[in-house]
Design a protein around this ligand. Sequence first.
Ligand SMILES: [Fe+2]
Ligand SMILES: [Zn+2]
Length: 228
Amino acid sequence: MKLSPLETAAPLREDAWLAAPTLAEELAPHVYRTPLLRPSACAELLREIDARAALLRARGVALTPPNSMHEHGYVLEALGFGALLEDVRRRVAPLAERLLPQFAQGELDAHHSYLVDYSSRTDEELGFHVDDSEVTVNVCLGDEFHGAELVMLGLRCGLHLQSGVRAEEELEIVHEPGSAIVHAGLHRHRVDPIRSGRRRNLIVWLRNSRWRAQRGPLECQSWCGARR
Ligand SMILES: [Fe+2]
Ligand SMILES: [Zn+2]
């Protein structure tokens, strides 16, 4: 049986966005927080994601988790959110390029976006890792939760990813629905165990396709924390 693909979801309405995301708070060197979406719009997006996932499951389609580190969550493109996510990329890329130019290296013209799902019944935590992005925009969509803090563990070049974490590099971030954390893909991080509730975030791995096509061998950089 041939399944008809899901209808494409329309981009988020204009009023979902908080006034152009130009305000960013620097939480620590190279880590920013910015208010992005109205919490009501986040809740609406989660309902739409759930409805589409349920529809696909009812059709017998197996939804694959976003990458090997997650057992739950979805790549949202597969749920018909391609146009919505391209609109999200178009809106957040300029901010990411301005906040972290040494990582963006120009235009963040591509993305890989997915939903993560932390609760006692889904993924409970996530170990130390880096992202396959130039810059990551991590948007909390909800719901209510305690725990599942994002913990930043120091920025390293590709050669020094496994070097030790200094106490002053550890930064615990409590997510707030509607707000986004912006950090370099190479900024090491983990997610601490969730204690109650459910936290679902939209993760946008912003990429610079031109830079990826021409990047040379790994070299230690001035911003690498292993130099200090
Ligand atoms: Fe990550
Ligand atoms: Zn280095």
